[in-house]
Design a protein around this ligand. Structure first.
Ligand SMILES: Nc1nc2c(ncn2[C@@H]2O[C@H](COP(=O)(O)OP(=O)(O)O)[C@@H](O)[C@H]2O)c(=O)[nH]1
Ligand SMILES: [Mg+2]
Length: 605
């Protein structure tokens, strides 16, 4: 049986290729807004951090109606660190729209999302987006897209994808470049024609795969997913089949489907529909909700393994508890467990120490976003330097290796290649278009790229582009120094004093300002030399009987950029931690007392 009144599609692409903006226009043209209604840009980016940073972090569902057919749409993030969201979303879709920027072409995350989609056998439509860009290279990019499909092993049917052109921002899609289409109809019609309507076996018992979780004050936990077979009604008695085939009975509370940006309560729902049900607390993404007699599990969602690990610890600095509401290990543990429920690419391991947790994920950016969210909720915590996860295969130490694509001006290739080769990277390809810009490919250990982006932007004067994807595990390429500078460390607690900072300043770059609270073992700056430097930043100028000359009172310090969480994480050495609290980001030594630290350093050497 086929449910002709329904389609479900995921919108996938590299970051910034225009997914969320296109969804806005679909809303507008499918009559979701009244004429003249004030609308926000990128409504689907509804989280605070999403709005602030202008990126999509978690995948979200919505639905529009077109020509009497309901289209469920899933907007996904395009950043590699949030790849788990794409894997999760695709389990709800029958097809995908792949957006490719008309100037940037397919980039590493384009490859990642397309690989996942083809692997699941989903129908893909390709939209070359932002064709209004004056630097668009449509013909070249079309070839690159075909090459990518072939490279990823697309079969003949998948290779015959529909190709459209769009200015997503203006709500225009075209079948060919000389179409004078003024709206998205060509795209919407293609969705109806090319994305298969959900098919199901009649009479089969109800089965749904849980692909997302929600939470409501009134209803408790919400399980979200697509119905594979059968139908469901509110108050049906079902069973949730968990990871180890454990079966938990449940009674469907409220039954809802997506409508526009929100939910709509319904009496019953049919195969193919994406539903939101309440009635069970102990549900996880990947579980199957099934009819109570003879329950059968669907295949769990395939999620790539984590590649980066970071230790989360309770805040053990002397300033603990001044800003945060939640500082206890038990609160942090509870919060991390809650996060792993919906954030499928994240794993938490409990160590033998009660106040330390090992958090594993896809990258340091994913971690930074989690820490940022926790700070805003009132948590205080310490986190360690991110480390990539090694594997041992046949007695050999293996490490994750990435393919890195750099696009930059010719003049910068030298410095980039030199730096990356120090970090065990190898150049694998160099394409010079003769336009002054070059494309260089490297094979680089993942650990070399942690914290590298800032350095790269500095080295290319902000004009370089870099993107990478995980290409696999290779034998460990050997150690290299992480940072060529040391830290400037406070030797005591107190308030930073202008006079003292003025004298320290020539030794490096400061992170703090006069008046900031300091403690022993706190890192207050980056030293110009490789070793650490311990200083007294609270030292007042000795007062003499002679009147100080005026110029002393007006010493001026170089302006200090406040530390961002990401900058702090990138700066860390192995024996340092970031202290994150609702209002502050500080860097500190793991061992705070200077004497103890020196002894530990000696022992290590
Ligand atoms: N020139 C141009 N820019 C666009 C178009 N569509 C989106 N953009 C811009 O591209 C940026 C990224 O858009 P967004 O929808 O957040 O991309 P996403 O990361 O794929 O969701 C925003 O600054 C948009 O204004 C378009 O059709 N043409
Ligand atoms: Mg987006």
């Amino acid at each position: 049986m086929i449910n002709e009144k329904l389609r479900s599609i995921a919108i996938i692409a590299h970051v910034d290729h225009g997914k969320t903006t296109l969804v806005d226009q679909m809303f507008k043209q499918c009559g979701l807004y009244r004429e003249g209604q004030e609308t926000e840009d990128r409504v689907m980016d509804s989280g605070d951090l999403e709005r602030e940073r202008g990126i999509t972090i978690s995948a979200k569902n919505c639905a529009v109606e077109y020509e009497g057919v309901k289209i469920n749409i899933i907007d996904t993030p395009g950043h590699a660190d949030f790849g788990g969201e794409v894997e999760r979303s695709l389990s709800m879709a029958d097809g995908a729209i792949l957006l490719v920027d008309s100037s940037e072409g397919p980039l590493p995350q384009t490859r990642f999302v397309l690989e996942k989609t083809l692997g699941l056998g989903l129908r893909v439509m390709v939209v070359i987006n932002k064709i209004d860009r004056h630097d668009s290279r449509i013909e070249e990019i079309t070839n690159e897209i075909y090459d990518l499909f072939i490279d990823l092993g697309a079969d003949d049917e998948q290779l015959e994808f529909s190709l459209l052109y769009a200015i997503g921002r203006d709500g225009i899609a075209k079948h060919s470049l000389d179409d004078d289409s003024k709206n998205l109809r060509p795209l919407m019609d293609t969705i109806l024609a090319k994305v298969p309507a959900p098919s199901y076996e009649e009479g089969e018992p109800f089965q749904m795969l849980v692909s997302d979780l929600g939470y409501s004050e009134y209803l408790g936990r919400l399980a979200i997913g697509r119905i594979h077979h059968g139908t469901v009604k509110a108050s049906d008695k079902l069973v949730c089949v968990g990871e180890n085939d454990e079966k938990i009975p449940l009674k469907v509370g409220k039954l809802q489907v997506y409508k526009g940006l929100g939910y709509e309560e319904v009496e019953h729902a049919e195969a193919g529909e994406i539903i939101v049900i309440s009635g069970i607390d102990n549900v996880k993404i990947g579980d199957t909700i099934s009819e109570a007699v003879n329950p059968k599990a669907l295949k769990r969602i395939n999620i790539d393994e984590p590649t980066v690990a970071m230790r989360f610890l309770i805040n053990s600095s002397p300033l603990v508890g001044k800003e945060g509401k939640f500082v206890q290990a038990s609160k942090i543990k509870e919060r991390l467990i809650k996060e792993t429920l919906s954030n499928v690419a994240l794993k938490v391991e409990f160590t033998t120490e009660a106040d330390s947790f090992m958090v594993k994920g896809r990258g340091e950016f994913q971690m930074a976003i989690l820490i940022e969210q926790m700070r805003r909720e009132g948590f205080e915590l310490n986190v360690s330097r991110p480390e990539v996860i090694f594997k041992e295969i046949d007695g050999k130490l293996m490490e994750p290796i990435e393919r890195l694509f750099v696009d930059c001006e010719e003049d910068f290739v030298g410095v980039i290649t030199e730096k990356l080769s120090l970090k065990k990277g190898k150049m694998t390809n160099l394409i010079n278009h003769g336009s002054g810009r070059v494309r260089v490919e490297f094979s680089v250990p993942s650990r070399s790229l942690i914290g590298y982006r800032d350095e790269f932007l500095t080295d290319t004067k902000g004009t370089g582009l870099m993107n990478s994807y995980l290409s696999g595990y290779e034998e460990h390429r050997g150690a290299f120094p992480t940072r060529h500078t040391g830290s400037i460390i406070s030797d005591r607690a107190g308030k930073a004093v202008t006079y003292a900072l003025f004298n320290i300043e020539p030794r490096g770059t400061l992170f703090i300002r006069p008046g900031d609270a300091l403690y022993e073992g706190m890192v207050i700056g980056e030293h110009n030399r490789e070793q650490d430097l311990v200083v007294n930043a609270c030292k007042e100028k000795k007062l003499t009987n002679m009147r100080a000359s005026g110029s002393d009172e007006t010493v001026s310090l170089s302006p200090v950029k406040p530390l961002t969480l990401e900058a702090a994480i990138n700066f860390l050495r192995d024996d340092e931690l970031v202290e994150a609290t609702p209002q502050s980001v500080r860097i500190r030594k793991s061992i705070l007392p200077t004497g103890e630290r020196l002894i530990a350093d000696k022992r290590r050497k």
